[in-house]
Design a protein around this ligand. Sequence first.
Ligand code: 3HC
Length: 302
Amino acid sequence: IVRGFSSSAVRNVVIKNVTIIGGGQMGAGIAQVAASTGHSVTLVDTSGDILKKSIKMIEGSLKRVTKKKFSDKPEAGEEFIKKVVQKVSTSTDAESAVQGSDLVVEAIVENLKIKQDLFSRLDKLAPPHTIFASNTSSLSICDIASSTNRQDRFGGLHFFNPVAMMKLVEVIGTPATSQDTLDSLLDFSKVLGKTPVSCKDTSGFIVNRLLVPCMMEAVRLYERGDASKEDIDIGMKLGAGYPMGPFELADYVGLDIVKAVIEAFKTKDPNNPLFDSSDLLNKLVAEGKLGIKTGEGFYKYK
Ligand code: 3HC
């Protein structure tokens, strides 16, 4: 690890200490895989209660992972879970959490201003070598990075839900991101056991640019009355080999997230009809029916 050098001297930071800002599904998932692969992780959110839930999520997911991995040695599985959870410390103070950090991954609400404010504050306190990354689904990395003085050490690191299972990480560079930063993010993704792909800083990068319009097309097909949502889901599972149909996946990801993503795409490209909103989606979100996490979205959950 290179510490205390000016930005031009920073070379390929080896990432050991990771700070994750945001203890929701994505932040907790990223913390889990980072801790599982030997990193020291600090998970930050605004309250102790949220962080308690994050640790519960991590433990729940680790139980699923270890069930198969340690099927013949359940005690070794328990030991592994304990060790991983010990690698995750929690904090409600982002400013002090970033001070010993090689990498900061932000996974908070999809709001440009809030992300910019956060990074602008952290920029003043994080060591010079620290790389900043956003897990944004839909916002421009360049726009977020513009709030800092480390645009060469700023990139996108986009994970997929459930983080423990999904093998992909998108690594996004802006025109200002240095090759060393990109190399560090690509290396880090591989150390996590993921396969990284590279993409320019365009709306939705690779996967969401294709997946979210597909979900929106499914909603429109259903809104027109051309097919039931159940049949659309079966169609995409059995006809296109998707593990989940578009309505199941939207409920899984969260309808608020799907709505935020398509709105962000629309802001950048208002004339593209693929990014049109949907009355049904907007209505469900307004009613607080956000999918699995609230017990109801397109479908109802127990
Ligand atoms: N943590 C740990 N393990 C988990 C898990 C989790 N959160 N969720 C599922 N698993 C494990 C299960 O324990 C099971 O393990 P086993 O094979 O050892 O029994 C295995 O995954 C399969 O799970 P299930 O049998 O319950 O169900 P599925 O076979 O349907 O798999 C799935 C679940 C992996 C979630 C699969 O349905 C899937 O791949 N779905 C699509 C997910 C997807 O597309 N994600 C991307 C969304 S877009 C996104 O995240 C970007 C964002 O910016 C919006």
